[in-house]
Write a protein that binds this ligand. Structure first.
Ligand code: SOE
Length: 387
């Protein structure tokens, strides 16, 4: 099989998972890592076993052995890095958000389409085997017509005023926190699994922690300030909690809440779809189980066991029943779908495998979050999602 060269820009929290995932495919070479300086890139390259390192992302993009550029930089760099990679004719795998604004995301989608490159956004929860089982089962009519899609995505890593991240600075993270960072995942997953599109939103947003203590010393993105005496007080502009009512294109109704200030909830994404005959519920923190509720017979708990799952779900499971699969396995499934598409020489207009979200999905996520922020700014009124 022809080998494919991968280059990673940004090796912070999620970057190493990109490397781990593509290595597991067997036909991808990790060619280079680019970081914010020569020294940091070289240190990361050594740590992660990449042959080359660059202190400037343009050098990585122009490395002839790099065929696919992975953009795992902080949000404000998504647009320039992705635009440069497209201009160089490289395929791009971008973390979400695709860009800081719908206008920038639309431009990236247009540039990628014109260049004919393969473009992907890592909406990684699609890669879970039971998510794909549920999607296919719902498409086959197993729960009847979906009429209520609801759930939440709750975390607690921003609960204390000493919790801080670049994500909370508008020039680096964008104008949204909870909705953009995790609400975008929930919406992508809800639309993907239900096979529906959100058309209207009504959002109520809150900033629970109005002032945060930013540590002056550099530290890990998810760590609290160790020394509270050396901090800068930062007024917060972005929402860390939100509740949203949604309407879907088939007339179904829904709602979800997102929060980064909910103690005990680490990465608690829950999606429930109620249909005219049955209900399906998937919880990211217990991802090897799917709850299926019925009116006229006993409810079920389906374990992630390939021998019990439908073909679509089975294709994303790698271990027998009782052997737990997890976040990084689902992330690898996303990469398998993307790189399989590239390796097969498919065109961006060809049908994509299900766990492969494109820049069109990334652009849609930007539009959804934008509509929610507009709804909240107007006093929580119903707002159409415009693309
Ligand atoms: C932090 O909130 C974060 O790592 C997100 O940025 C990811 O996209 C999400 O999957 C988990 O939480």
């Amino acid at each position: 099989m022809k080998r494919i060269g991968m280059g990673l820009v940004g090796a912070g929290f999620v970057g190493p998972h990109h490397i781990d995932a593509v290595r597991r495919l067997g036909y991808v070479d990790v060619v280079a890592i680019a970081g914010s300086s020569n020294a940091s890139a070289a240190a990361k390259a050594e740590q992660l076993g990449a042959a080359r390192s660059y202190g400037n992302y343009l050098d990585l993009i122009h490395d002839p052995d790099v065929h696919v550029v992975h953009n795992a930089t902080p949000n404000y760099l998504h647009f320039p890095v992705t635009a440069a990679a497209i201009a160089a004719g490289k395929h791009v795998v971008s973390d979400k958000p695709l860009a800081l604004t719908p206008a920038e995301a639309r431009e990236l989608l247009a540039l990628a389409t014109k260049a004919g490159i393969v473009h992907a956004v890592t909406f990684n929860y699609r890669g879970n085997p039971l998510v794909q089982h549920a999607r296919a089962a719902i498409a086959a009519g197993d729960i009847g017509r979906p009429h209520f899609v609801h759930g939440h995505y709750l975390q607690d890593w921003l609960l204390k005023d000493t919790d801080y991240s670049w994500r909370l600075e508008p020039d680096k993270g964008g104008v949204t926190s909870a909705l953009g960072d995790i609400g975008s995942h929930w919406c992508d997953l809800a639309q993907h699994v239900a096979g529906l599109r959100i058309t209207h939103v009504l959002a109520d947003i809150t900033t629970v922690v109005p002032v945060r203590k930013k540590p002056r010393a550099a530290r890990n993105a998810f760590a609290s300030a160790a020394d509270e005496s050396d901090v800068e007080l930062m007024p917060m502009q972005m929402e860390d909690l939100a509740s949203v009512l949604v309407r879907f294109d088939n007339g179904a109704k829904g709602s979800f809440s997102v929060g980064q200030v909910c103690a005990g909830h680490k990465n608690n994404l829950v999606l429930e779809i109620c249909g005219s005959t049955s209900t399906m519920t998937w919880r990211q923190e217990a991802q090897n189980e799917l709850w299926i509720g019925h009116r006229d017979r006993a409810n079920e708990r389906l374990q992630k066991d390939p021998s019990l799952m439908n073909d679509a779900g089975r294709g994303y499971a790698h271990l027998p029943g009782g052997h737990q699969e997890a976040w990084s396995d689902a992330f690898m499934n996303v990469m398998r779908d993307i790189y399989g598409f590239i390796a097969a020489g498919k065109k961006p207009s060809d049908t994509h495998p299900p766990a492969f979200a494109t820049f069109a999905d990334g652009y849609r996520a930007n539009c959804l979050v934008d509509a929610m922020l507009k709804s909240a700014a107007a006093g929580s009124v119903w707002t159409e999602v415009k693309e």
